[in-house]
Design a protein around this ligand. Structure first.
Ligand SMILES: [Fe+2]
Length: 294
């Protein structure tokens, strides 16, 4: 059992919270999710999540039903607009990479579903099969990315909005999702989003609805600044995207089998490292509905 570290003003009575890095991330101990989480413990988990932005619970033994039930304690499920759900479980995306596959899902810096009008506030990933090494997920703290900007740039960003495209070609292949599916280089089965809105405009600096703190809000899907040309947008967006990934804003989550990781998309970006080809990795993903960013 990890040593208890109290990183907040209030103590935790029902769980241990051990920070992973200075910027964000904490391991939660003392909780058996499958055995049931009472309201007091849930409130402490919620508080730890808001304080550390990425939290993880090792050695959980959960059925898909228990994973769904736990996610629903934090809000309604946010379905993925493009990824096909697991058979029998419309709430779950199974991210499977077999030993023969080289393409990985999620190895771009992004915040989940920011191209939707109400992006997922949280994402809960459960590791069912984990490679012996590799396959870490890196996170950045977008509060710190914002706080560390100059007052001048903060003023410039106030009121600016990013255009976030769920089918951006802003990737190394230069292809849309459907082009990647057609050419056989999509990592996951894709569905047609139908009439769902897949391009959304959100503030480049958003106020977290629960903490009141400001965070940069941009990622892989952010193609343009609203009202600016592509040529004008790119240098500033490129600067902000690189700035947001400074090493001191990051933590690196090292997975183990039966581990549940739960992060806050409103103040973080993440990147799934593709360095485990030859091994199988199978992760179950559930996202939780958020609000309209402001
Ligand atoms: Fe993601």
């Amino acid at each position: 059992m990890a040593e208890t570290v109290v990183a907040d003003e209030q103590e935790f009575k029902h769980l241990t919270v051990t920070p992973l890095a200075g910027a964000l991330g904490a391991e939660i101990g003392g909780v058996d999710i499958a055995a049931g989480v009472d309201e007091e413990t849930l409130a402490e988990i919620h508080r730890a999540w808001l304080s550390h932005h990425v939290i993880y619970f090792r050695d959980q033994n959960m059925t898909p039903e228990q994973h769904i039930e736990f996610a629903k304690r934090f809000g309604d499920i946010h379905p993925h607009l493009f990824n096909k759900a697991l058979d029998g479980y419309p709430e779950i995306i199974e991210m499977l990479k077999t030993p023969a596959e080289s393409i990985n899902n999620g190895d771009v810096w992004h915040s989940d579903q920011m191209y939707t009008p109400k992006p997922a506030k949280g994402t809960m990933l459960y590791g069912r099969e984990i490679p012996p090494y590799g396959g870490d997920t890196i996170f950045v703290n977008l509060y710190l990315a914002y706080d560390s900007l100059s007052d001048g740039l903060k003023k410039t960003l106030a009121g600016l909005k990013g255009v976030n495209d769920g089918d951006t070609k802003n990737n190394t292949s230069g292809m849309s999702r459907m082009e990647r599916v057609t050419s056989g280089v999509a990592p996951l089965a894709q569905i047609n989003p139908g009439n769902a809105q897949t391009v959304s405009v959100h503030p480049l600096v958003r106020t977290h609805p629960e903490t009141g703190r400001k965070a940069l809000y941009l990622g892989y899907h952010t193609d343009q600044i609203e009202g600016w040309s592509n040529e004008e947008s790119k240098p500033l967006l490129d600067y902000l995207k690189v700035h947001a990934r400074r090493p001191e804003f990051t933590c690196r989550v090292n997975w183990s089998k039966d581990m549940l990781t739960f992060w806050d998309n409103r103040c973080t970006q993440h990147f799934a490292v593709n360095d485990y080809t030859g091994f199988q990795r199978r992760i179950h993903k559930i996202m939780i509905q958020g609000d309209t960013p402001f």
